[in-house]
Design a protein around this ligand. Structure first.
Ligand code: AMP
Ligand code: MG
Length: 326
């Protein structure tokens, strides 16, 4: 199951009619298509894009729990402690967001995602008793971070950074590009994206996909910010007419109910990513309350009826939905 690309970038200046072609490269990483675009061709841009992809590959290798190259493979398999400072840094941040979201965001859901079969090509609804047993044993309290070590507090504690790592990778790619002297670029990791600077002196135009169709529900301008979406259409299966998707509610053990997608806009993609997942689990009311408290971050929430809700900082700032069926 490949994650669909759900944010469509509309940048007419770059893609048509413009005499100077942008530097653009796409590679398959993090189980999705990752694209970097730098407007206005320059040799330095090509070098920067190459360096950014090298960094993305490093992060993918380190955090891919299914790869033996990753220290997380041994952690999940045999409880081997992890000493890698970068992994510990992201684990600490995940733990913080887990606490701030009342446990809605939880990287220790690995056994639950496994039980649902979301790491395989044939996910299915597990027995209720198996789900209950699984959630009784998992929880971020099982994660021990001390003295430069990440350890499992019990045998059930296994981790999956899938809800946060692409956001972190976006931020790292932005850092590499800036360090290389690039001021404008679009970094898009299958919809977790960052719009750096401007696209030929105009803000980047970002289109947000309708979670139940191919059209756009909104178009907005962005410069110097990250946009990350979590949606129930990214990885799902239908059983007996019901949709089951990959964002799991740690309290129930079932896919979170009530929303179709959550988009978070803000300065850092790592926070936007984790909070998009957390808000999806928290639902419309509690999720919106959490984002209103989070300084510098805004949300576009689409509920299960297709209604679009904007957090207060976005009201009037972005175009209203264009073709949502209600
Ligand atoms: P995202 O697309 O960022 O919402 O991340 C979804 C991925 O995060 C899933 O494929 C799982 O690997 C993981 N995940 C699922 N539910 C949660 C949750 N409640 N908290 C943290 N990570 C989760
Ligand atoms: Mg996320």
């Amino acid at each position: 199951m490949k994650k669909s690309i759900f944010i469509i970038i509309i940048s007419i200046m770059v893609f048509s009619g413009c005499s100077v072609k942008p530097v653009e490269e796409t590679r398959f990483l993090f189980d999705t298509y990752c694209r970097i675009v730098v407007p206005g061709a320059q040799d330095r841009a090509k070098i920067a894009v190459g360096m950014a992809f090298k960094r993305l590959q490093e992060i993918e290798d380190k955090f891919n729990v299914h790869s033996e190259k990753s220290p997380l493979f041994g952690f999940n398999k045999t409880g081997l402690p992890v000493k890698d400072t970068e992994i510990i840094e992201i684990a600490e941040l995940s733990d913080k967001i887990s606490k701030e979201s009342g446990g809605a965001f939880d990287i220790t859901l690995y056994p639950l995602s496994g039980l649902w079969g979301f790491y395989s090509d044939s996910p299915a609804v597990p027995a209720g008793s198996a789900i209950k047993k699984c959630i009784d044993n998992v929880g971020h309290n099982g994660l021990i971070i001390s003295n430069g070590n990440l350890r499992a507090g019990n045998r059930a504690c296994k981790v999956d950074f899938g809800g946060i790592i692409k956001g972190y990778a976006v931020d790292e790619a932005v850092r590499v590009m800036k360090d290389t002297g690039i001021g404008a670029a679009l970094i898009d990791l299958g919809g977790d994206l960052y719009a750096m600077g401007k696209n030929k002196s105009k803000p980047w135009k970002i289109g947000l996909r309708d979670p139940r169709g191919e059209g756009l529900i909104s178009i907005f301008e962005l410069s110097g910010n990250a946009v990350v979406t979590s949606g129930d259409y990214e990885r799902f299966f239908i059983e007996k007419g019901e949709r089951y998707h990959h964002i799991l509610d740690p309290r129930t053990g079932y896919p979170a109910k009530g929303l179709q997608s959550v988009t978070i806009i803000g300065a850092q993609a790592v926070y936007a990513d984790a909070w998009a997942t957390a808000v999806f689990v928290l639902g419309r009311k509690k999720g919106l309350e959490a984002i209103e408290k989070l300084k510098g971050y805004e949300a576009i929430i689409i509920d299960s009826e297709g209604e679009v809700i904007f957090s207060s900082g976005l009201n009037g700032k972005i175009s209203k939905p264009v073709n949502v069926k209600r």
